[in-house]
Write a protein that binds this ligand. Structure first.
Ligand code: SF4
Ligand code: SF4
Length: 440
């Protein structure tokens, strides 16, 4: 079997246990919904939403509660029926405090009437309108409003719609289970996306460590024209620029979007949400999250209302083991440390990872020994050690020249570094400073 890939990158399996075995064979389950959900008005990249409810209002599941703050924005809907307890700033993963609507679940599961439609009978504009109204933001983690991605500049020809089924982060298995259990609806979503974009070809890229998902989608897609392409297991295979290179051989130039090389990349779970939005008229109110790691009693792939607190997900999995050292939202490579179990899962939450003691390095960072491993591991072909040194000198002009803005924050340089230097964290700081300077 020909396995496609990109240049650069790392092989996480060489160093850490990839962890997917903890949950990849576990079917998606739907535990009882939580007593309370917290729905931030900013769950996407772009302008935050304006809340349409106040404390005391009764809301139905699926009701619009946050209207968009501009074109680059995605509306927010109530994920349970019940009473609005508050509309106030609340802490989310990452530490920000966006305006958040908190709803007390009445467990009546009263839902607004969705309006189903036959996708084949809708025009391109009507399909796009339904995607925008459903509040779909990239479910692979980036959370970019989908209708914006599906509206490339006038005159842009999209040759390839690329579906990201790589799920290259260790431990995470939510997309894997979606491709196994909801393959048919993913493929229907792909056909809708292909129509919206007028894309010549649709290819689903899946890392070769998910042979059952590859076989399932190959079987289901027979005769549809949608191609299933196995990819070599390499990190960050699922990063946008890397999957484009792997699947088409095209390279997105620095500072440009995938549309510049005739490509649009969409996550497989996002394609499923597109089917639900267009055919069922259902907004994004639930999602599948992997709750896993050696620190979790019973790992699982759970489907729960968006806004469910991390504490509820952990409780659904039997709680944490006493040796648990830290919680991460996302995978171990790009995830963000969780400081409180009170924060909610949002549209872009793919996993909650509990790591045990022993995953930290007791000796901390050492000096750079100029071995070049971070350079070889960087999929963007940057010089990470140089950017780290720019950050230490606070030389933001140099960081800009050395390509800080092209860094995709994949974590490969930190992973590859034998001196345990926190290269990615340093570059992340430099990137923010360069962005701030450019805004000025
Ligand atoms: S410099 Fe950025 S893109 Fe390159 S390996 Fe490090 S984190 Fe990834
Ligand atoms: S991998 Fe670490 S030690 Fe090697 S050059 Fe990069 S920063 Fe320096």
């Amino acid at each position: 079997m020909l396995l496609k890939t990109f240049s650069g990158g790392i092989h996480p399996l060489q160093k850490i246990h990839h962890g997917k075995g903890l949950s990849e064979h576990l079917a998606i389950t739907k535990p009882e919904a939580p007593k309370v959900v917290k729905l931030p008005m900013a769950q996407h990249i772009g302008a935050p939403c304006r809340p349409l409810v106040v404390a005391g209002d009764r809301v139905l599941r699926g009701q619009l509660i946050g209207e968009t703050g501009g074109f680059v924005s995605a509306p927010v809907h109530a994920s349970v029926s019940g009473t609005v307890l508050s509309v106030q700033p609340e802490r989310v993963v990452g530490g920000q405090t966006p305006l958040t609507v908190t709803i007390e679940n009445d467990f009546q599961n009263e839902t607004v009437e969705f309006s189903p439609a036959d996708p084949a009978a809708l025009s391109r504009e009507e399909l796009l309108k339904r995607v925008a109204a459903a509040g779909i933001a990239g479910m692979g983690g980036a959370a970019f409003p989908l209708h914006v991605k599906l509206s490339p500049p006038e005159g842009t020809k999209i040759d390839y719609l690329l579906l990201n089924g790589a799920e290259c982060e260790p431990y995470l298995t939510a997309d894997h289970r979606m491709m196994l259990e909801r393959g048919e609806t993913i493929l229907k979503g792909v056909s809708i996306l292909q129509r919206i974009l007028g894309a010549g070809e649709a290819i689903i890229g899946i890392e070769a460590n998910k042979p059952d998902a590859i076989a399932n989608l190959e079987k289901l897609s027979r005769g549809s024209g949608i191609k299933i392409q196995p990819l070599r297991v390499k990190y960050p295979q699922g990063s946008e620029k890397q999957i484009i290179q792997s699947l088409t051989g095209r390279q997105v130039p620095s500072g440009k979007l995938p549309a510049a090389v005739g490509c649009v990349v969409v996550n497989v779970s996002t394609a499923h949400a597109v089917y639900e939005a267009v055919a069922l008229g259902k907004p994004v109110i639930d999602r599948v999250v992997t709750v896993t790691g050696e620190g979790i009693q019973s790992p699982a792939n759970l489907e729960l209302p968006i806004g469910t607190k991390v504490s509820h997900l952990i409780a659904c999995c039997g709680g944490l083991k006493s040796e648990t050292a830290r919680l991460i939202s996302g995978g171990p490579m790009m995830g963000i440390a969780i400081f409180s179990e009170d924060v909610p899962i949002v549209k872009g939450s793919s996993g909650i990872l509990a790591l045990q003691h022993g995953s930290e390095d007791p000796y901390g960072e050492g000096p750079c020994i100029h071995c070049g491993r971070c350079v070889r591991g960087c999929p963007i072909h940057l010089q990470p050690y140089e950017l780290y040194s720019d950050m230490l000198r606070k030389d933001w002009a140099a960081a800009g020249k050395h390509g800080a803005l092209d860094c995709v924050e994949c974590g490969s340089c930190t992973y590859a570094c034998p001196a345990k230097r926190e290269v990615t964290s340093a570059i992340r700081v430099a990137k923010r400073r360069v962005q701030a300077l450019q805004r000025k």
